[in-house]
Design a protein around this ligand. Structure first.
Ligand code: SAM
Length: 257
């Protein structure tokens, strides 16, 4: 068995995933890592079309043998394949690509995602400021979407059993709630300072200056609000981080720092 191949064998969980997705027969659903088609078959009963991406050629054959008339099977790596237009994404994801596939999905326009991840990963997606799992992933995910853990899935729901538990996550894209001057800079800023999450913000900015293209970070931090400079990045809310990133962005431009 190849890594990342854990198939859903608990029909009740498959039924609940389909119910959470609130599908209708006009919709196109994307499924990433369709495997043997356990979930695909249920999805196909409720929607106009399922686009099922699978990288393992043997499983692509299994999926094609199901001869489901409204399922289009795409053989390829979901990180490389260009996604066709879709309304919702419903998947028991290959866990090793959780981050990259989530960031890729969030660049697309869709109404709802019902996605199964490793429980640990799901906890990072939903974490808020000050929590142990609060991270770059929390901030970037919540920038684009409302995110919520719907249920924890025991290892026994999958075969072969994974080493860790899983969780079903609801991802509902919406317009960003944060006001950022430059989205790419904001994401670079968050990535940079979270490499230093337990340092004081002042030192975090200085230590990670190269990741934000800051030539004189020491000068810059003196110009920023000193109350925030003493806090740890992991304690700042997304709103505070956005405001700080905007200041860094502006000061950097005005003073060529
Ligand atoms: N959806 C099926 C189920 O729940 O029974 C299978 C889920 S299994 C966790 C993940 C599936 O993704 C596997 O079938 C694996 O071969 C496939 N996979 C792994 N990496 C992939 C990638 N980069 N692109 C597309 N599929 C991938």
């Amino acid at each position: 068995m190849m890594k990342d191949q854990h198939f859903l064998i608990d029909e009740r969980i498959i039924d609940r995933i389909v119910r959470y997705a609130a599908l209708d027969d006009t919709e196109t659903v994307l499924e990433i890592g369709a495997g043997t088609g356990n979930l695909t078959k249920s999805l196909a009963k409720h929607v106009a079309k399922v686009i099922a991406i699978e990288s393992d050629h043997r499983l692509v054959e299994t999926l094609s043998d199901l001869s489901l008339s409204n399922v289009k099977v795409i053989h390829g790596d979901a990180l490389r394949v260009e996604f066709p237009k879709f309304d919702k994404v419903v998947s028991n994801l290959p866990y090793s690509i959780s981050s990259d596939i989530t960031f890729k999905l969030l660049k697309h326009d869709f109404t709802l995602g019902i996605l199964m991840y490793q429980h640990e990963f799901a906890k990072r997606m939903v974490a808020t400021a000050g929590m142990k799992d609060y991270s770059r992933l929390s901030i970037v995910t919540q920038y684009f979407a409302d995110v919520q853990i719907l249920e924890i899935v025991p290892r026994t729901a999958l075969y072969p059993q994974p080493e860790v538990g899983s969780a079903i996550v609801r991802l509902a894209p919406r317009p960003p709630s944060l006001e950022v001057l430059d989205k790419d800079f904001f994401f670079d800023f968050v990535k940079a300072i979270f490499t230093q999450r337990r340092k004081q913000m002042k030192n975090a900015i200085i230590n990670a200056a190269h990741m934000m293209n800051l030539s004189d970070a020491k000068k810059l931090v003196d110009l920023l609000p000193q109350d925030l400079m003493c806090k740890r990045p992991e304690k700042l809310s997304p709103e505070e981080l956005a405001a700080l990133s905007n200041l860094v962005y502006e000061v950097r431009h005005e003073d060529s720092i």
